[in-house]
Each structure stands twice: as C-alpha cells, then as structure tokens.
Design a protein around this ligand. Structure first.
Ligand code: GLU
Length: 499
C-alpha cells in the first residue's frame, strides 16, 4: 500500500491532507574523507526522515570520474556506521530504486537528456574544446555563448549521424524569473538571464552532477532534498529541469553555513586552520562518535527547550525541521570538548573503563592494575580520552624534577622536613605487607599523627617523590597503590637522594 501511495504524485496526496512518506537521501561524492559539513547534511537528512517515520537513502555520486579516490566509498560506509546513521536503501544493501551508485546508472541519464531535447528544455552542443577555450580567453566570466542553441534540426541530425562529439546543454529561459520555496530560507528567486546553459551530459556520456541529481532524486522518489546553502543559487536550475519534465518539485531544505572562529574573534568558513574538519580527524583527536553526532546536530538546529545533550535516539524523536536556522552556525571546538567531557562523566565507571582501556594500556602495558581506581580518578577530570596517556605519563616514567618541588608553603614542607618525612615513609612502607589503598591510607595518616605533623607535611613529599610532578590526578595514596610497592619505594628513595 505504502509503495503504491509513493508512486503516485506526492503533491496530489499532500493536497488531500494524506500522509506522504518522507524520503531523504544522502548523496556524497567519494572524496576520501567525511567533512563535518557533509556529516551534518547526512545527519539532518536522516533526522528529517526518521523523525517522521520516513526513509533515508544512501546514493554515491561518482560521476566525476577524474576525482575518484580509492577506498573513498568505504570511508562513507564506515562513518555512517560509526555514528549510527543506518540507511534504508543504498549500494551495499540494495533497495527498490537501485542501483545506488551513479556510475552504475550511467546509461539511464542520456535517454532523459534526449527526452528533454524533445521537450525543448535542452539542446545538443557540438562546440569543440578549441572553440570553448578561445571563448573563455576572450571573456573568462561570460560563460557559454549559446552558439549551438538554435541550430536547425537537420544540421543537428547531420552532425549526430556523422558521429560528431557533443554535449547536451540545458536551455535556460532567456527572460523571466525562476522561483522556489526553501523550507529554511523562504522564497528564492533568480533572474533567468543569469543562468548559464549548463552542461547536462558530458562528451564522455556521463551526466554532470547538475543533471544526475535531478533525475535520481525524481526516480528515487525523494521528497526532501537537504543540502548545504552553497546550493541555494543552483537550485533554480534544478527547478527548471523538474518543470521541463513535468515532474513534482521536491521540498528543498538548505542548511546554514558552518563557520570557524578565528583568533581575532571574527568568523570565517570552517577550514583546517580552525581545527580538524573531518569526522576521522575529530575521532583521532579523541572526540567520541556519539558526541560528534550530538554536537553536529546543534550546528544549525535549535531544540525548543535549549537542551544540549542528545543521543541519536533522542534526536530522532526531538528533531523538527522548523528548528533549522538560516544564520551561520559556528563550530566551537571548546564546546565540543565540553560536551565530550559531559558525555564521559555520564558513563558508568565500567563503560568509562572499557573505552579508556586502550589508553590505560598505553601507559601500563599488559599488566593488571586497579582499573576502577584509575577510572575513579580520571573520569571526573578528563574531557577527552586521548588526554589519558599525557595525564598519566609520570607512571610510565618518573620525570626529572628539581629538589625544590619538595618545598610547599601550604603543606608546611621544606627541604629539611621533607627529608625526614621520606625517611619515615620509606621505613613504614617497606614493612607494609598489604599494599592496598585503605591500608596505605590508614598507615600514612597514623604515621603523620605519630610524627605530630599535618597530613600534608608527610603526603606532599611522598607524592612529589612518587610522581616527580607537582600536579597529579589523584593523591599520594592512589599513586602509590597504582605504582605498586617496589616501584613506589624505588621512587621514594630516589627522592630522598635529592635531599
Ligand atoms: N554529491 C554532492 C556533494 O557531495 C551532493 C550534493 C547534494 O546533496 O545534492 O556535494
């Protein structure tokens, strides 16, 4: 039933107030990496469909054969899988409207272009490369001079019969305006005289993006075309194509620009100088996939209640098209880091330990440690898991440090009493059988009491000697526990030798 409804005109059903099945598509060109902007488009397409029980299609746009990058399609699959955007149809899973790779649809476009010639919306152009180059030299910005637009039919037939190479160009109206309504940007109008007779079919027989996207969106019954606002001014050309074929024009949803913050406080289009701009780059920097998804959802979409933390499931429920804004969104790396920290803190300690384990292993190797103790120390502190090896680096290797680290006003330590404290601590710890956090805690506090000093006076030099740095995650007891008895005593003795 649903399929039948879809096959009939969506406008007809929409007018009657019947429900139209929403179909969106993500149509990336395989360039080898997934730019934040592309991922945002994919996410919004997914959410527009899923928030209304619709379908999300993946189509690979590889008609620009010169720009193909090996393995690039895999990057698209991998990214979508990592962020959880499961498509309903696509090259890898098939579907009713396949094939879903444009190069595999190659033969399908030319007949549509020929049909368009018959309908008066396109024409054959036999201009040679030399002629076009010369034209370009005379007037680089003038575009094509429509030389072949009005060739007599007999002449066209003769040239075709003689096998003359050709392209097919769109026959733009020379007067009037073309108008469409964009869901986000409102009514967009363009003077037709500004539109170039763009190429639809290239001389190698491949369609241009400008043609293929319209044919495919129509054949795949896409109801909502969602893309970056850089396409706002190309869309009238697509609208003219839909109209020339007599097809329904889909709903257009253009998304706002994504900007980056410059050092001087100004903003400009997001680029590498602002930070990582690809999904893989952000992952390498230690941002977690669900956090990237959450953050990207907020780039140009505002939930009604200003809430900021969303899982993909939440977004599927909360997302609504009218929350998309047209003002440029600013990609704020500090905010992303904050969000990552929030996400890490919301995990259970077990989940945190599991995610952090590769980084723990980087520091501690394959041995067994009290991982839950480490997690207790780190979970409230780190904003990215990649910070872990750096934060814990003193465990791996005791850094060189100067004796004056032992001097601390607040703990009332100086070089002299630090020496006594370390001597006492070493004697105590050497005799300690049970190297556990609570035993260490109780014995060291007892020792401080016996010596008649503040806890800090004993613990400061112990911690400095154990870590070799003044700022550490966790206190003396935690560090000693994790270092183990032998390494702790070795480090304390080394500290003592500085005094
Ligand atoms: N292949 C185009 C791109 O990657 C898709 C644009 C569109 O969504 O129509 O930019």
């Amino acid at each position: 039933m649903i399929n039948q409804i879809r096959i009939l005109s969506q406008r007809f059903y929409a007018q009657k107030g019947w429900i139209v099945l929403i179909r969106t598509r993500f149509a990336p060109s395989p360039t080898g990496f997934m730019h934040v902007g592309n991922l945002r488009t994919a996410l919004f397409e997914y959410l527009i469909a899923k928030s209304q029980g619709g379908q999300f299609v993946l189509r690979i746009e590889d008609t620009d054969q010169e720009r193909l990058v090996e393995g690039a399609t895999q990057v698209i699959y991998d990214t979508l899988r990592q962020v959880g955007l499961q498509h309903d149809e696509g090259p890898d899973i098939g579907g009713e409207f396949g094939p879903y790779v444009q190069s595999e649809r190659k033969d399908l476009y030319l007949p549509y272009a020929k049909k368009l010639v018959e309908l008066g919306g396109a024409y054959y152009c036999f201009c040679t490369k030399e002629r076009l180059d010369a034209l370009h030299e005379q007037n680089a910005f003038g575009g094509y001079d429509r030389h072949c637009r009005d060739l007599p039919k007999e002449e066209v037939d003769r040239l075709l019969a003689a096998g003359t190479p050709y392209v097919i160009r769109q026959k733009m109206p020379l007067t009037g305006t073309t108008t469409y309504d964009d869901v986000v940007y409102g009514t967009i109008s363009i003077d037709n005289k500004e539109l170039e007779d763009q190429i639809l079919i290239k001389s190698d027989g491949y369609p241009t993006y400008n043609f293929a996207n319209v044919i495919d969106d129509h054949l795949m019954q896409i109801t909502h075309v969602v893309r970056g606002c850089e396409y706002l001014t190309s869309t009238p050309k697509y609208v003219l194509l839909y109209q020339a074929f007599g097809w329904d024009v889909p709903t257009f949803v253009h998304l706002p620009l994504i900007m980056g913050k410059n050092e001087d406080g100004s903003v400009s289009k997001l680029s590498k100088r602002h930070g990582s701009t690809s999904f893989a780059g952000l992952m390498d920097e230690g941002y977690l996939a669900p956090v990237i998804t959450n953050y990207i959802a907020l780039l140009g979409w505002c939930p009604k209640d200003n809430r900021e933390l969303f899982s993909l499931k939440d977004l599927e429920q909360e997302f609504s098209i009218d929350g998309i804004s047209k003002s440029p969104a600013v990609f704020d790396y500090d905010k992303l880091t904050w969000l990552n920290g929030e996400y890490l803190r919301a995990l259970t300690p077990e989940q945190f330990t599991e995610l952090a384990m590769p980084y723990y292993r980087e520091v501690f190797g394959e041995g067994e440690k009290d991982w839950s103790l480490l997690t207790t120390i780190l979970q409230p502190r780190v904003t990215k898991l990649t910070q872990i090896p750096e934060v814990l680096s003193f465990f791996k290797e005791l850094p060189e440090y100067p004796a004056d680290f032992f001097v601390n006003k607040k703990s009332k330590t100086n070089l002299e009493n630090s020496k006594t404290m370390l001597e006492e601590a070493i004697t105590l710890l050497e005799g300690l059988e049970n190297w556990q956090m609570d035993t260490l805690h109780d014995s060291l506090l007892e020792l401080a009491a016996r010596l008649g000093v503040k806890n800090g006076t004993l613990l400061w030099p112990v911690r400095i000697a154990a870590a070799g740095v003044t700022v550490t995650p966790g206190g003396a007891m935690e560090i000693l526990t994790l270092l183990g008895k032998d390494e702790s005593i070795r480090r304390l003795k080394l500290g003592l030798s500085k005094l």
